[in-house]
Write a protein that binds this ligand. Structure first.
Ligand code: FES
Length: 111
């Protein structure tokens, strides 16, 4: 009987499956979509971030996650970027998008 993985074996050697989910991204962008952040435009902001990431061909580098209330409601909208522990709060959507993209692209934010 041929050894597993060798020619003619009924048990071909297979590549381990690619990890899926957060582990494959260099950057995770967490957008709070709790009640207060949503009132401050967080859901639109999350969609805008996803559009910009896609438009710049960064989908394999970064992913936007929607999260529940983080407890910092007075600072809405709340966005966090990992790695780096970057928290963006009370910022205009355009500024958040620019800062997030700058982190993902490894450059200084404009403006
Ligand atoms: S709703 Fe976003 S921090 Fe509470």
């Amino acid at each position: 009987m041929p050894a597993p993985g060798s020619e003619g074996s009924r048990f071909p050697l297979m590549e381990p499956p690619m990890p899926r989910g957060p582990a494959v991204f260099d950057h995770s962008v967490f957008v709070c979509t709790g009640k207060d952040c949503s009132k401050a435009g967080a859901k639109k902001l999350a969609k805008r971030l996803e559009r910009e990431i896609k438009a710049r061909g960064l989908r394999r580098k970064a992913h936007v996650f929607r999260m529940k209330c983080t407890g910092y409601c007075k600072l809405a909208p709340v966005v966090a970027v990992q790695p780096g522990g970057c928290w963006l709060t009370r910022e205009e959507p355009a500024a958040v998008v620019e800062q997030v993209l700058a982190r993902i692209e490894g450059r200084e934010p404009e403006g």
